[in-house]
Design a protein around this ligand. Structure first.
Ligand code: ADP
Ligand code: ASP
Ligand code: MG
Length: 460
């Protein structure tokens, strides 16, 4: 059995859905379980819809509802899906969306709960369309509402999966369909809490859904089908000549995902690591020319000659620096700082300390004022915005002395605010101003990837 996840672009048009169906067909013997994202761009529109309903912008609400409706109708029309049942599902879902907008409008505010309910609709629609198209071309397929399987806590917008209970459901609800020779198709991104309310795993969360469900079902591999040839040496939107990485370790890929490589949701590798399930990243537009294998072994056991495998970055971060003379020799000072971040459910990405100060980067700034106020009770607090982390990853980095020196030599003219070498020593991360991201990533990429590259590691 394998789990296959298709991202927004992969199901973004009738043509794309036809390609996806071919890919599924080519793997039919391997008993695929399919997880789909919403049609590309639809989740953004649903989120915008919730906001415009909350501010009472009725014109924009209507425009967005029409856009969402027409986009799906156009696709089913081009796929010649004439089933009355599918049409009813789409109409009912659009009615649900309109009703949700009315509730949000009357409350003049959108709760995180309603935001999740609304933004989950894209995956629901895409999954039904895919099932209908597969059935039309005689690939037996069955829709399984992922909310009957994937249970989570109630942190709407970034819900935490409850693995063991969900795994029982997965085995009960998904396995019989596979055994029956049909392809189960489920929504990515979505779950349900103990009170049967819809939750979501956070933006880009369908990758995580795929490895979670894959681990629960004990699949042989998980395939993430996207619009890039695999995990690349850098974000192709900054570095157009970025190369495909043939294979990487779980650790390398997890660091990259965590530090912003959008091709994988930050939590994607966790379930795969625990069950030792290889994860592949493929391009649904070029199935035969693509692929990065992420697994425990590196390069199928060979040692590559590359030092850096990839460069990631994460923008729009805030740096908080806490300074206090009381930190000197004091026990528990760090703990009291992190307790405050914990209390506001704000995770810290990168930390750097000196004798009397500690600097941290955070992504989520919802509670920054409260955090500042509590920290100010015992320390001086400075907050800087518009910062970015750049992170270089590679297993070989731990065996290469002088790496930090060579990196910072290259970046002499760029202000660097914090530096951290991960405990695993397979990454070096540092904080710069958002404005310098393009320049820094391009320069580092040129330095590490313009010479002769190891063909075992990179597709060149
Ligand atoms: P999907 O909708 O398939 O989940 P995403 O847009 O979430 O696709 O992720 C794919 C995108 O990730 C690519 O189009 C690319 O712009 C971006 N990306 C950023 N860093 C990398 C990287 N190192 N390798 C590949 N893609 C990357
Ligand atoms: N559709 C969701 C999003 O756009 C989840 C995903 O695509 O992974 O964030
Ligand atoms: Mg994605």
């Amino acid at each position: 059995m394998i789990a296959m996840k298709f991202g927004g672009t992969s199901v973004g048009s009738a043509e794309a859905i036809k390609r996806v169906a071919k890919i599924i067909e080519s793997r039919f013997e391997r008993q695929p379980v399919v997880i789909t994202s919403a049609v590309g761009g639809i989740t953004d529109k649903l989120v915008a819809l919730g906001k415009s309903a909350a501010t009472g912008d009725d014109d924009l609400v209507k425009e967005l509802v029409d856009f969402i409706t027409n986009r799906h109708l156009e696709i089913i029309d081009q796929l010649r899906l004439t089933s009355g049942e599918l049409r009813r599902i789409i109409d009912d879902t659009i009615d649900d969306i309109k009703n949700l907008c009315r509730v949000i409008s009357s409350q003049k505010n959108i709760s995180k709960m309603l935001n999740d309910e609304l933004s989950s609709k894209g995956e629901y629609l895409a999954a039904h369309i895919l099932v209908e198209y597969l059935s039309q071309i005689k690939i037996p397929a069955t829709f399984v509402d992922v909310r009957e399987v994937l249970l989570t806590d109630s942190s709407f917008g970034s819900a935490k999966p409850l693995f063991d209970d969900s795994a029982k459901n997965a085995v009960e609800k998904i396995l019989p369909i596979v055994k029956d020779g049909s392809v189960p198709v489920l929504q990515g991104f979505v779950g349900r809490d103990a009170s049967a309310r819809t939750t979501t795993l956070g933006r880009g969360g369908s990758d995580y859904s795929a490895t979670l469900l894959g681990a629960m079902l004990g699949v042989d591999s998980v395939e993430i089908w996207s619009d890039v040839d695999g995990v690349l040496t850098a974000d192709p939107s900054i570095v157009s000549e970025a190369k495909r990485i043939r294979s990487m370790t779980f650790k390398e890929a997890a660091e990259l995902a965590y530090f912003g490589a959008k091709v994988l949701h930050p939590a994607t590798l966790l379930p795969a690591v625990t069950r030792d399930i290889p994860v592949w990243v493929f391009n649904s537009m070029r199935p035969e020319y693509s692929g990065t294998k992420i697994s425990r072994a590196n390069n199928n056991g060979q040692k590559g000659s590359c030092i850096v495998k990839s460069i990631a970055y994460k923008e729009n971060l805030t740096v908080i620096t806490v300074t206090s003379l009381r930190m000197l020799m004091a026990h528990g000072f760090m703990a009291s700082i992190f307790d405050i971040f914990n209390k506001y459910d704000t995770s810290v990405d990168l930390v750097s300390t000196s004798e009397v100060s500690v600097s941290m980067t955070v992504d989520k700034t919802e509670h920054i004022d409260e955090i500042k106020e509590e920290l100010s009770r015992f320390a001086q607090v400075e907050i800087e915005q518009d910062k970015a982390i750049v992170c270089l990853v590679g297993e070989q980095m731990k065996r290469t002395p002088g790496m930090p020196a060579s990196i910072f030599c290259l970046l002499q003219d760029v202000p660097i605010h914090l530096i951290s070498q991960g405990a695993s020593e397979i990454n070096i991360s540092f904080v710069i101003d958002d404005d310098n991201v393009d320049k820094v990533v391009t320069r580092l990429h040129q330095h590490f990837f313009s010479g002769a590259l190891d063909p075992n590691t990179f597709a060149v």
